[in-house]
Design a protein around this ligand. Structure first.
Ligand code: SF4
Length: 504
C-alpha cells in the first residue's frame, strides 16, 4: 500500500503523520523534541517502523515532506521529497478537513501564529518570533567570557538582566526570513534582534528620562510623575527608538563599565546608573532584511540573558512554554490547567505581556487571597488578549476560526479565545499534528517518481551537524552541514544556492 509521511519538527515538539492515498490518517505521533532534534527524528522513525510492522501489511512510504523550524535538518536526516514552511503545511491540513475555514490560530511550545485563509488558500499570516542572530555574544559563568548564542547548550549558566547567573533550560534554533533590527548602543556595540524580541530598557518619550537626567532632580520628578518608574521593562525591538535606553547589568561588568562611565560622563552621552543597571542610550536603529538561522534561549528564573552586554528578555509569553512555566510555578499539572480556569466565577486580571510581569502579578494576586482558579482564568484571558494584540494585530478575524497546536488542548485557552472573540472556536481532530498532516497531504498531491526517503535504517546511523561561515561574498551566510556516518548529505542556510544546490 502506498503511503505518505509528513514530519513537523520544532524546538519544542516533533510530529509524524502517515496517510494513505485517500488522505486517511493511519498513524500520528506527537512528542517533545527535548533539545535533541536528531535524536527525536530517529525516535519518531523507530516508532513508525514498529507501527508498520505491527500492522502486518505491505506499507510503502512513497513520499516524504518535512515542515517546522527544523524542516531542513529533518529533510537532510530522513531524505525529504518536499520541504514546506509551517504556514503552507498548516493551511493545507486545515482546509483538507474544513475548506470553509477563514482564520487559523496556532499556538505551539515556542511559537504562535495566525493564518488568514480565503477560498482555501493562505492570503496573510503573522508569527511571534523572538530571536537573535547566531553571533550574538552571551555572557556566561564563570569567566564572563562571551559565547556566541549558537554555541550555548542547555544547562549553561548565563548572566541575566538581574545580574545573576542562571541555567539555560531550552535552546531554540530556527530559520528566519524577514526584518532584522540592529540596535546600536553608544560606545557599547550593536545588538541584532527580530522585531518582536523584547529588550530590557526604558522609553525616553514615555518617561521623560532625558529631561529628568538633565535636571538631575530625579527623585522629585519621580514622585510627581504618576506611573513613572526607573525600573526597566521589556520593550519589543521594533518599538525602540534612537535615544531610548537599554540596560547593562553592572554585576557582570562593574569594573569595565564604572571606569567607562566616569570617562564618558565628561562627554555627556547621558548614561546613568539605577540600582544595579547601567542605562545606555541607543545611538542608531537600522532595519534590514535577513535570511538565515536565528536563536533564542529560555533561562530559568529571570527569563532573560545578556547579549552583546545588553539585557534581553527570553519572553515566551503567548506560547505553550509560558503556560508550562506558570503551571509549574502554581504546582498544577499543565493538563489540568484549563479545567481550573473553567471553574472560575471571577477571573482576576493578570498582565500576560511578559513572563516576568505575569509571574509577579500572579504572586501578588495569590498573596492578596485570589483563588487559584481565578488566577488561572485571568492568565488564560490575558494570554488570549496578548495574542490578539500582538500576533494577530491588525488582522480581521473572521469565522470559522480553527485553533491548533499544543495549546489548543487547553480548555481554558479555548474558553478565553471564545470570550475575547465572541465567536465559536473549533478545535479539529489532529489539532496537535496538523502541520505534519498538511505536509503529508502536500507530498501526496505531488508524489515523486521515486522517493528520496532514506529508509528506517537511518535511525541506527551516526548523524552530526556542523556549521561554517561562507566567505564567498559579503553576505557571510552561516551554512549548516549534515553528515551521516561521516559523509556529507546536505548543506543549507546559504542565500544563493552555492552550497544547497550541490549534489551529495
Ligand atoms: S556566496 Fe552565497 S553562500 Fe556564500 S556568503 Fe555569498 S550568498 Fe552566502
Amino acid at each position: 500500500m502506498k503511503c505518505f509521511l509528513g514530519v513537523d519538527i520544532g524546538s519544542v515538539s516533533t510530529k509524524f503523520v502517515l496517510i494513505d492515498q485517500k488522505g486517511e490518517v493511519l498513524y500520528s505521533t506527537y512528542f517533545r523534541t527535548e533539545g535533541d532534534p536528531i535524536g527525536s527524528l530517529k525516535k519518531g522513525l523507530r516508532w513508525l517502523e514498529e507501527f508498520i510492522k505491527s500492522q502486518g501489511k505491505d506499507i510503502e512510504i512513497s513520499g516524504l515532506a518535512t515542515t517546522g523550524s527544523g524542516r531542513y535538518l529533518a529533510s537532510a536526516v530522513l531524505g525529504a521529497d518536499i520541504i514546506k514552511n509551517e504556514i503552507t503545511a498548516h493551511a493545507k491540513g486545515v482546509t483538507h478537513f474544513m475548506p470553509e475555514t477563514r482564520t487559523v490560530i496556532e499556538i505551539g511550545g515556542q511559537d504562535s501564529k495566525i493564518i488568514i485563509l480565503e477560498n482555501g488558500a493562505a492570503v496573510d499570516f503573522a508569527m511571534n518570533l523572538l530571536c537573535l542572530k547566531g553571533d550574538a555574544k552571551i555572557t556566561t559563568n564563570p569567566s564572563y567570557n562571551p559565547t556566541p548564542i549558537r554555541e550555548i547548550k542547555i544547562g549553561k549558566r548565563v548572566l541575566t538582566h538581574q545580574g545573576r547567573f542562571m541555567p539555560v533550560e531550552q535552546v531554540y534554533e530556527r530559520r528566519y526570513k524577514g526584518q532584522m533590527i540592529e540596535i546600536e548602543v553608544f560606545n557599547v556595540g550593536k545588538l541584532e534582534a527580530t522585531p518582536e524580541h523584547p529588550v530590557w530598557g526604558l522609553r525616553r518619550n514615555n518617561i521623560a528620562v532625558y529631561k529628568l537626567a538633565e535636571q538631575q532632580d530625579c527623585k522629585n520628578q519621580h514622585t510627581k510623575q504618576r506611573n513613572f518608574s526607573w525600573e526597566p521593562r521589556p520593550i519589543p525591538a521594533k518599538e525602540l527608538r534612537e535615544g531610548d535606553f537599554v540596560i547593562i547589568p553592572l554585576s557582570g561588568f562593574k569594573k569595565r563599565f564604572c571606569d567607562f562611565i566616569s570617562q564618558e560622563k565628561k562627554q555627556d552621552y547621558r548614561f546613568f546608573i539605577y540600582k544595579n543597571w547601567l542605562f545606555a542610550p541607543i545611538r542608531r536603529i537600522r532595519r534590514y532584511q535577513f535570511e538565515g538561522l536565528v536563536y533564542n534561549l529560555r533561562v530559568k528564573g529571570d527569563s532573560s540573558y545578556v547579549a552583546n552586554f545588553v539585557g534581553v528578555h527570553n519572553c515566551a509569553a503567548g506560547t505553550g512554554a509560558f503556560l508550562d512555566a506558570q503551571a509549574f510555578r502554581l504546582g498544577i499539572p499543565v493538563e489540568k490547567f484549563g479545567e481550573f480556569a473553567l471553574r472560575s466565577k471571577n477571573p482576576t486580571i493578570i498582565s500576560s505581556r511578559c513572563t516576568v510581569f505575569a509571574e509577579s502579578d500572579m504572586i501578588h494576586k495569590q498573596q492578596v487571597g485570589h483563588k487559584v482558579e481565578d488566577i488561572i482564568a485571568g492568565l488564560c484571558q490575558g494570554m488570549a488578549r496578548n495574542y490578539l494584540a500582538g500576533v494577530a494585530r491588525g488582522k480581521k478575524i473572521n469565522p470559522p476560526i480553527v485553533f491548533l497546536g499544543g495549546v489548543s488542548e487547553n480548555v481554558g485557552m479555548r474558553w478565553a479565545f471564545k470570550e475575547e472573540l465572541k465567536q465559536e472556536i473549533i478545535v479539529p481532530k489532529y489539532n496537535k499534528v496538523m502541520g505534519a498532516l498538511g505536509a503529508a497531504l502536500l507530498v501526496r498531491e505531488s508524489p515523486p517518481q521515486k522517493t528520496r526517503f532514506r529508509g528506517f535504517a537511518v535511525s541506527e546511523k551516526e548523524i552530526k551537524t556542523t556549521s561554517f561561515i561562507c566567505q564567498g561574498c559579503p553576505n557571510h551566510c552561516e551554512v549548516i552541514e549534515a553528515r551521516i556516518d561521516g559523509k556529507v548529505v546536505a548543506r543549507w542556510g546559504d542565500r544563493c544556492g552555492r552550497w544547497s544546490n550541490l549534489k551529495y
